[in-house]
Design a protein around this ligand. Structure first.
Ligand code: NI
Ligand code: MN
Length: 227
């Protein structure tokens, strides 16, 4: 599975001729490494309704005739706005042509803002994504929670993608604790340094992860890695 970081919490994933994008916030993202019109995917995964995640999802889905996979309420919102969707919810898994997706809980909020009026889009989520036998846990925007241990115990996770930017999500200390609960082979940090309020020193996280025995892959926007 090839993972390309497109900035903030956006990842382009490809495997065995299939490609999908997670949380495609590109327009207005100061860290974006791609333009939405250059994204060619068959699937869009959306973790929650915040603008720094939904981003260009609707236009990418329509331009590519791609399916948006999201928690039920966010899928309904996307469908109402003209996208093809597959509704899911937390704890449920489904086998797609490209692989298996399971939704996990995330401690956060979820609403699309219509001006200053929030349109409620259900619970936020994370994703367990399995393609060709490799499992990636994309935690989404979340605080630390004890059931990350359950997620780690129940799934053999090759790579965890964790937010570390603090303020809206886990910061470095909690993300390092999360690693011990999830017990992946590798970790990729996300959701940091895009804006001043989530600026952190990613090397502090990388060193802490290494000290605990986890391989940390720091991706700059545009970088990719094989997991
Ligand atoms: Ni958010
Ligand atoms: Mn966010």
């Amino acid at each position: 599975m090839r993972i390309e970081f497109c900035g903030h919490a956006c990842f382009l994933v490809s495997d065995n001729g299939h490609s999908l994008i997670i949380d495609p916030f590109l327009t207005g993202n100061p860290a974006a490494s791609r333009k939405p019109e250059d994204v060619k995917v068959e699937t869009v995964l959306l973790s929650h309704g915040h603008g720094d995640h939904v981003g260009d999802a609707l236009s990418i889905a329509k331009n590519n005739d791609a399916t948006i996979i999201a928690p039920y309420e966010l899928a309904v919102y996307s469908e109402k706005n003209g996208a093809k969707v597959h509704h899911m919810h937390i704890g449920g898994a489904h086998d797609f042509p490209f692989g298996r997706v399971k939704l996990t809980q995330a401690w956060h909020g979820s609403a699309v803002m219509d001006g200053d009026i929030p349109i409620y889009t259900g619970n936020p989520c994370g994703f367990l994504l399995t393609m060709s036998g490799t499992t990636v846990y994309f935690a989404g925007d979340t605080g630390l929670f004890g059931d990350m241990k359950l997620i780690g115990d129940r799934h053999d996770i090759d790579t965890a993608i964790l937010p570390i930017g603090d303020n809206f999500t886990m910061g470095i200390d909690d993300a390092l604790y999360a690693l011990k609960l999830i017990n992946p082979k590798k970790v990729i940090p996300m959701h940091y340094n895009t804006f001043p309020v989530i600026e952190v020193d990613v090397n502090v996280f990388a060193n802490g992860a290494k000290e605990s025995g986890y391989e940390c892959i720091i991706l700059e926007p545009g970088d990719s890695t094989e997991v």
